[in-house]
Design a protein around this ligand. Structure first.
Ligand SMILES: C=C1C[C@]23C[C@@]1(O)CC[C@H]2[C@@]12CC[C@H](O)[C@@](C)(C(=O)O1)[C@H]2[C@@H]3C(=O)O
Ligand code: AKG
Ligand code: FE2
Length: 344
């Protein structure tokens, strides 16, 4: 049910919407139908009863909080985000900025060990062990969700997506974002004069974009901020109610391409709250660099021609890193009904 609640002057409509919730303890038959429907309509859903032990989640939350509380000089020891490392306010290589700091790592255990070993010299393994345990549990959850989606789509090979993430060469990433609160004596007043804020005075934390990978699995603390673009209207943003006990799943560009546009890579953004820190952790599930991504034959029919040209994940990454955050990278790989592509 969609309800327009207000029409603020900044032209962005605030809408309320019941976002899809998938309970993994439900019957498989129901879960697969609902997951596919959610990915078609919103490109997004919330997962509850996911089975990831509370201790794994609590430990990663604690480590992330401890890391971001360190002095800047300590955090910088991780190295600048090129693109992996520790970053503050700068997002990507093309001038994008946001009110956040972050850690971005490859998910293979040695990548995390190498980079974070620099921080806690007394106990170099503690951050990496906690992060690696988290990554492995969330990788498993991601594969389970991808298999549910594969079944829901009626694929002959229901593991076609999950196999790419289980590969040892998978290029999956993990990101920890910290959106600090905005203090200062005149915080509220200053915010009212700032650009990059919404009608509640929240500042833009991470600007609008789609995720380029196959699937993103996100978890956050209880501070809201994530918003997804309404499927029916590109100027409306739907705030996602925070739920630290749940995971939030969104379709990425590669899954949109492999399903020939049936599942949608949703545009989303994160706002920074004025009063409290938002902490979020994302697992970006990606294939290996040499994997060829193309619409699966089962996703094409006489009425639905091939919508994207084949590309390797390495080619897509190169293109995406040449673009600004808000760009629509997948559009450059689209082909029309005559098979023409604008990039070639
Ligand atoms: C501005 C950029 C940051 C980004 C790479 C890009 O050139 C465009 C896509 C951005 C994004 C969004 C989702 C993920 O957070 C991310 C790690 C990714 O794979 O694509 C970031 C990139 C980044 O921060 O390096
Ligand atoms: O931090 C968040 O809540 C979302 C961040 C995000 O979308 C991203 O890092 O790609
Ligand atoms: Fe994202």
């Amino acid at each position: 049910m969609v309800v327009a609640t207000s029409m603020p002057e900044n032209k962005e409509k605030a809408i309320q919407l019941d976002l899809p919730v998938i309970d993994l303890s439900w019957r498989r038959d129901a879960v697969k139908k609902l997951a596919v429907r959610a990915c078609e309509e919103f490109g997004f859903f919330k997962v509850i009863n996911h089975g990831i032990p509370k201790e794994i989640i609590e430990r990663v939350d604690r480590k992330s909080k401890e890391f971001f509380a360190l002095p800047a000089s300590e955090k910088q020891k991780v190295g600048p985000p090129n693109p992996l490392g520790y970053g503050s306010k700068k997002i990507g290589p093309n001038g994008d900025t946001g009110e956040l700091e972050y850690l971005l790592f490859h998910t293979n255990p040695s990548s995390i060990n190498q980079r974070v070993g620099m921080i806690n010299k007394k106990d170099p393994k503690s951050f990496s062990c906690v992060a690696n345990d988290y990554v492995e549990s969330v990788r498993e959850l991601t594969c389970k969700i991808l298999e549910i989606i594969g079944e829901g789509l009626g694929l002959y090979d229901t593991k076609a997506f999950s196999r790419l993430i289980r590969e040892s060469e998978s290029d999956s990433l993990v990101r920890m974002n910290h959106y600090p609160p905005y203090h200062g004596i005149n915080a509220e007043k200053e915010l009212n004069c700032m650009n990059n804020k919404d009608d509640k005075g929240y500042r833009l934390g991470f600007g609008e974009h789609t995720d380029p990978q196959i699937l993103t699995v996100l978890r956050s603390n209880d501070v809201e901020g994530l918003q997804i673009q309404s499927p029916s209207d590109c100027t409306s943003w739907i705030p996602v109610k925070s739920d630290p006990s749940a995971f939030f799943v969104n379709v990425g560009d590669a899954l949109q391409a492999m399903t020939n546009g049936r599942l949608v890579s949703v545009r989303h953004r994160a706002m920074a709250n004025t009063k409290r820190s938002r902490l979020s952790t994302m697992f970006f599930a990606a294939p290996s660099l040499q994997t060829s991504i193309y619409p699966l034959p089962e996703m094409m029919t006489v009425d639905n021609h091939q919508r994207y040209r084949p590309y390797t994940w390495a080619e897509y990454k190169k293109t995406m890193y040449s673009l600004r955050l808000a760009s629509n990278c997948l559009e450059l790989f689209r082909i029309d009904s005559k098979g023409n592509n604008s990039m070639r």
